[in-house]
Design a binder for this molecule. Structure first.
Ligand code: SF4
Length: 454
């Protein structure tokens, strides 16, 4: 158990580092299509390395879960599905015109929103349409989707499996009824167990997403949730920290009060209890917030040191490029990022006009590429080694100085050029990365930009 002083000292607002630089520090505030298409056109693939990951954002949800931080569009009107799929396919066609190589899709993930809001035949049309524009073959590609247990049908499971999907992530959050009412996400254990078993029977590997730090969550209540989760034994579990940022996410997170949330120490105790229970049940702790059974591909990638991290979170694939399709989706071509329009109407209108609808982005400098790699190493492997490059000696020294406090507190060890988180330091990995983050260096960082690190 981590002591109170350490938690209080380090529980400060900080990025989650799905990218570096983090989105609030992106400098291309008005990135447009023409600039982005030039950046795409300038990609130089080395050794014919044309592998990409594809993320497709399917934004519709039938009702609002009040804890949610995703870009979504609440509607019960399913007539919107078809036109949206058309837009995504057109966007992908635009990428075929502007990418200077023919991509090999290694990984395709449907996120949202609620991908299972869409009729399975629309998803089939989408995925087959995507692959028909490259080489038509879906294999060998890892296909996965996020699913709401309440809107996932037998048809979803069977049709998506026929197309090639093999992994499904169910959004569970917490089984406690009081918590579920507060977050407006009612789903019983029986309902989840039924769809979980059906997914297994259909041949899927199943992930569960849980959230700690939600309103009215208690140690006993969450213990119950973890026990139920262990009974179902999903292959992977993501145990996310609830990001309470109502000033960013608007009224959706104002259905409850700050006072209803478990406080720093209580929240940490909930995490640590879940952590111990999952380890005892045979799961391996991976990166910042994931757990997987030893035979899961993510466990193997973690143990082999080949795991990677991108905007989708931890992944077994390490592709040099990730293209995001759909409203609000982010693309990453390693040297630059771009994000699509977050407004669905304007997203679709621009696509109809033959424009990839990016609205902001960032082009990474040499230094940022260097720091990006260090942060990626730390988030995936809890250690990194400074490169022997005379251009960055001064920066390396500054980072070492910033790490001194964490070393004194027993969270980090440095030997020569290797920086390693101690076991005690692992929950503070975001704080360790913050010592490397050049954007947090000199300016007074607006504390409202990020959720708290613990
Ligand atoms: S948690 Fe999922 S289902 Fe709920 S509003 Fe957010 S994206 Fe939609």
């Amino acid at each position: 158990m981590i002591d109170k002083e350490t938690i209080e000292k380090y529980n400060v607002p900080g990025p989650r580092y799905t990218s570096y630089p983090t989105v609030p520090f992106w400098k291309e505030k008005n990135l447009n299509f023409h600039h982005w298409s030039r950046l795409l056109g300038a990609i130089q693939t080395t050794n014919n390395h044309t592998d990409i990951s594809l993320y497709i954002h399917l934004p519709f949800c039938e009702s609002l879960c009040t804890f949610c931080g995703c870009h979504k569009y609440i509607t019960k009107n399913h007539n919107k599905e078809s036109a949206y799929i058309d837009s995504v396919l057109k966007e992908w066609k635009l990428y075929q015109e502007h990418l200077p190589f023919s991509p090999k899709i290694k990984e395709l993930h449907l996120g949202g929103g609620t991908p299972t809001f869409f009729h399975p035949n629309e998803i089939k049309r989408l995925v087959e349409g995507i692959f028909s524009m490259v080489n038509g073959k879906i294999e060998p590609c890892e296909l996965s989707f996020e699913a709401h247990p309440g809107t996932t049908s037998d048809e979803h499971l069977s049709i998506l499996h026929q197309i090639g999907f093999r992994r499904v992530s169910f959004g569970i959050q917490d089984y406690d009824e009081k918590v579920q009412h507060a977050i407006h996400r009612i789903q019983s254990f029986q309902e989840v167990a039924a769809i979980h078993q059906k997914a297994i029977k259909n041949g899927y590997t199943v992930n569960h997403d849980l959230v700690y730090g939600l309103p009215f969550q208690t140690l006993n209540g969450f213990k119950n949730t973890i026990n139920k989760t262990i009974r179902l034994r999903p292959s992977r579990i993501a145990l996310y920290s609830y990001a309470h940022v109502p000033w960013i996410k608007g009224t959706g997170q104002r259905g409850y009060d700050d006072n209803d949330l478990p406080k720093d120490l209580e929240k940490r105790a909930i995490y640590e209890m879940a952590f111990s229970m999952l380890l005892e049940a045979g799961y391996i702790s991976i990166g910042m917030d994931h757990f997987a059974l030893p035979d899961d591909a993510l466990s193997k990638a973690f143990v082999n040191g080949t795991m990677s991290r991108n905007f989708m979170g931890y992944t077994t694939q390490s592709t040099p490029y990730m293209i995001g399709l759909g409203m609000s989706a982010i693309s990453d071509i390693w040297g630059a990022f771009a994000q699509n329009d977050k407004n669905i109407t304007s997203y679709q209108k621009q696509i109809d006009n033959g424009i990839i609808p990016v609205f902001r982005g960032h082009i990474l400098s040499e230094l940022e590429l260097e720091i990006r790699q260090y942060i990626q190493d730390l988030m995936c492997n809890f250690e990194t080694t400074f490169r022997n490059d005379s251009n960055f000696q001064v920066i390396h020294q500054e980072i070492k100085e910033k790490l001194q406090g964490l070393i004194t507190d027993g969270l980090v060890e440095i030997s020569e050029d290797k920086v390693k988180s101690t076991t005690k330091g692992r929950p503070f990995i975001r704080n360790i990365c913050m010592a490397f983050d050049q954007d947090l260096k000199s300016e007074i960082v607006n504390t409202n930009l990020f959720s708290k690190t613990i």
